[in-house]
Design a protein around this ligand. Sequence first.
Ligand code: 5GP
Length: 175
Amino acid sequence: MTGDERFHTLVTEEAIRDRVRELGEEITRDFLGRDLVLVAVLKGSCIFLADLCRHVDLPLTLEFLGLSSYGDRTQSSGVVRITQDLTHPVEGRDVLLVEDIVDTGLTLDFLMRHFEVRKPRSVGICTLLHKPSNTMKDVKLDYVGFTIENRFVVGYGLDYEQRFRNLPYIGYVED
Ligand code: 5GP
């Protein structure tokens, strides 16, 4: 039992599987012959990354970035602190940041600036979900799985007070 009885389904397990495969194939084509590193933003992106990277048919490497959020927030403050940094330099490499969801864009805006000083060849963004209605910082998203309405969602890596990350689908609570 995952305790998910309270959630409605927004994106099914099958739809996620199909879309993640498509994104992986697109990334494979786009980064052919390049030196790709996929950087997952913990913890929410870890399940997406695990599935996505298996559809990218390239000799890539994986890195993980830990960010602190202040409390178990349901809203982004944009105040971000790095709690776990990369283990290898990314200078001269093609970095693709893998995010679970882009809401206000504040987190990614911070991260893009964080990466600039490390002199990668390029920095792109791949997000599973995008909530455009909340945009405060317009960050260029290179790959988007699903564009969704302004709802608080859980599952497939996304939490509510640290729980429900293990739901195989994306769910929401009716207001
Ligand atoms: P942003 O800085 O773009 O506003 O927020 C990004 C982060 O806020 C995400 O990585 C995620 O941790 C959190 N977040 C934003 N919207 C949601 C949501 O609907 N559900 C969950 N579980 N987290 C969210």
